[in-house]
Write a protein that binds this ligand. Structure first.
Ligand code: GTR
Length: 326
């Protein structure tokens, strides 16, 4: 879909929903690329329910799942413009816009999901959320995105050299293009919604993602080899349009922030269950899962990526502090 078409489609859909949503004084719209029932979609619904409860139903949230409002890169712009009120997105598509988001998007920056939680739940996470405001967005909360690994339709990847010559889709972020080049493969930045058919038709050989996305997108049907190199533990983020936020009273702004934070533990529980269910479904489908992989060469290959992207004192300091966090 072209940029203009997706923008027009989003406005038409929003206008149609305004006609039907009557119960609340104000219905705020939230975008998500994932299907209904996915942990992020359900967590934003939980956030909306908490917000309605806190405001005696003055404020409600309607979640437009399944990329109904467009692909992430476009919906981010629409959220900056105030056409969309909330957006649940990976940090990846923000990398080219908000400098600070590059740091938690660096390959192997987090030693584990627990390490990521400790960092993002603390002052570093708050600092990164605050960086959204200069870009017409309010960073509200971080959600989980598990760890991302490579999958492809050609062959099992059991060591780094097996990646040579393969073409992988990455999120629209220069950092991820360089990450894939660093391990000897080729990268094509592409919207999530185009990946399935691009693998099917051979435009690309594969992509990289976590268990729930690999499963819910159906990519496992067209890419039969999944190698758990876990190169990224990139958090996801719930943002609000600054222009929508600025229209609220201070009390309602606080209610939005509190509801967003309250949805984080909900999200984590849903995520843990879905990760397990998705893994079971993918394994049952006969996808070859390669777990026995030495990550050391992958980690070493990322040194030039850090050198290229961690250039300012601010970013260097963030990296050092994340690495020093127990
Ligand atoms: C998913 C993530 C989405 C989107 C997608 C992608 O794991 O939840 O927000 O970024 O990956 O690869 O585009």
């Amino acid at each position: 879909m072209t940029h203009l078409k997706s923008f027009t489609a989003a406005i038409a859909l929003i206008a149609a929903s305004t006609l039907t949503a009557t119960a609340c004084e104000t219905t705020l719209r939230s975008s998500d690329t994932h299907p209904d029932g996915y942990p992020t979609v359900e967590a934003v619904k939980a956030m909306g329910a908490a917000l309605s409860a806190a405001t005696d139903d003055r404020l409600c949230v309607e979640v437009f799942h399944s990329a109904q409002l467009g692909q992430e890169k476009d919906t981010i712009e629409q959220t900056q413009f105030g056409v969309i009120d909330f957006n649940r997105v990976s940090l990846g598509p923000f990398n080219n816009i908000i400098e600070e988001t590059k740091v938690p998007s660096l390959p192997y920056i987090f030693r584990s999901v627990d390490h990521m939680h400790t960092v993002m739940d603390g002052p570093i996470g708050e600092e990164i959320l605050a960086a959204f405001e200069a870009h017409d967005l309010i960073g509200l909360a971080f959600y989980d995105g598990g760890s991302r690994s490579f999958y492809n339709k050609e062959r099992p990847i059991t060591e780094m050299k097996d990646l040579e010559g393969l073409k992988f889709r990455v999120m629209q972020s220069d950092l991820f293009v360089d990450m894939v080049s660093a391990v000897g493969a080729n990268a094509t930045p592409m919207a999530y919604g185009e990946v399935y058919s691009s693998i099917q038709t051979g435009v690309i050989d594969g992509a990289e993602n976590n268990w729930p996305s690999f499963e819910s997108s159906g990519h496992f049907e067209v890419a039969g080899y999944y190698t758990l190199d876990e190169h990224l533990i990139v958090p996801e983020v719930l943002v609000m349009s600054k222009s929508s936020y600025d229209k609220l009273s201070a009390e309602d702004q606080a209610a939005v922030r509190a509801a967003a934070k309250a949805s984080v533990p909900v999200m984590r529980d849903l995520w843990a269950a879905r990760e397990k269910a998705s893994e079971e479904k993918v394994r049952a489908a006969g996808v070859e899962i390669i777990t026995d992989i030495d990550k050391t060469p992958f980690i070493e290959a990322m040194v030039p990526v850090y050198e290229k992207y961690v250039t300012t004192d601010k970013l260097k300091d963030l990296v050092t502090r994340i690495q020093a966090t127990e």
